[in-house]
Design a protein around this ligand. Structure first.
Ligand code: PEP
Ligand code: MN
Length: 337
């Protein structure tokens, strides 16, 4: 159920409505819009007493939300959600370009990458400190030291930091040093991790599961939002299909499909989506053309020597070149880079 407030209703009146909902043993979530605010009501809707609510003058309408994802749904909030992280805006007119290595390897390489991608126009720096590896014997990331190197690079470049968290027990520590918490493909349905990410204040970049449908993906976003953190960024990173020429199948149809169903911003990761360096730039351009709000790109100073995912990483120079080539594509769809 959603309660649409009339434009310009003062916060005191909104609070009164929220208090009334709590008294009905329901949970109110305030979804703020620039024009009007909406209160999404979660819980057993049989408890909702419509008539006394509809009599409140500040309320424009009370409506059912048919989708199972309530807070994430476009039905609940018509306007796009715009997320701010330091100087980066995700979901606005300007595209958010998040670039950096798959994993932080040492202090010098992350600093070098940060400075270079910043000079090329990136909006944020990515880099894994905790890595989800298929093999338990493979490099698992620098963990705490990696977080520190990322934070040092932020200090020197001003770029916000995006890094993955794998374990609910690490959420607090990662949220302290990072600006955006990434939840990876393998953890899209790790519900305890999603709940913890929903209890901390930093935005969450939620990647699509390897075989997740749109509804499952949005239900995972809902887990985070149900805890009160409405700052969720969805990231398409390719799914498993019978495709035998690329690491994954980058599903770009999902961008317009998501835009119809949710108000949350959507970005695309053509690095994991293709697994091959030569496919990254064409798919990055395609993603922007179909309406993505930004990109997550793997960039490394020496891709041939990268500890993880060198085969799909752009060099610093290739990233600089791609940024130039993205500008006219962005302009063609009314965006800036
Ligand atoms: C990554 O971004 O480095 C990563 C591990 O991504 P995914 O979860 O999409 O595999
Ligand atoms: Mn990677």
């Amino acid at each position: 159920m959603i309660i649409v407030m009339k434009p310009g209703v003062p916060p005191k009146e909104i609070k009164e409505v929220m208090d009334r909902i709590k008294k009905m043993k329901l949970e109110p979530h305030l979804l703020k819009g620039t024009e009007r605010n909406v209160i999404a009501v979660i819980g057993d809707e049989r408890n909702l007493q419509r008539q006394p609510l509809e009599a409140i003058p500040g309320i424009e309408s009370v409506m059912a939300v048919l989708k199972p994802y309530k807070l994430a749904s476009r039905e609940s909030k018509r306007e796009n959600t715009v997320i701010q992280s330091g100087p980066m805006v995700i979901g606005g007119n300007k595209l958010a370009i998040i670039a950096g290595p798959c994993t932080v390897e040492n202090q010098a390489m992350i600093l070098q990458t940060g400075k270079s991608v910043k000079a090329s126009g990136a909006s944020a720096l990515r880099g894994g400190a905790f890595k989800p590896r298929t093999s338990p014997y493979a490099f698992q990331g620098l963990k705490g030291a990696g977080l520190k190197f990322l934070a040092d690079t932020r200090k020197q470049t001003g770029l916000p930091i995006v890094t993955e968290v794998l374990d609910p027990r690490d959420v607090e520590a990662v949220a302290k040093s990072a600006d955006i918490l990434q939840i990876g493909t393998r953890n899209m349905q790790n519900f305890e991790l999603l709940k913890m990410a929903g209890k901390q204040p930093k935005p969450v970049l939620l990647k699509r599961g390897l075989a997740a449908g749109v509804e499952e993906w949005l239900m995972s976003a809902e887990y985070i939002m149900a805890q009160g953190n409405y700052q969720v960024i969805l990231c398409e990173r390719g799914i498993r299909t019978f495709n035998d020429y690329a690491r994954n199948t980058l599903d770009l149809t999902v961008i317009p499909a998501l835009k119809e169903r949710t108000h949350l911003p959507v970005i695309v990761d053509p690095s994991h989506g293709t697994g091959k360096r030569s496919y990254v730039a064409p798919m990055a351009k395609a993603a922007i053309a179909v309406g993505a709000d930004g990109l997550l790109l793997e960039v490394h100073p020496h891709p041939d020597r990268a500890l993880i995912d060198g085969q799909q990483s752009l060099s610093l120079e290739e990233f600089a070149q791609l940024m130039k080539e993205l500008a006219p594509v962005a302009a063609a769809v009314g965006r800036t880079i």
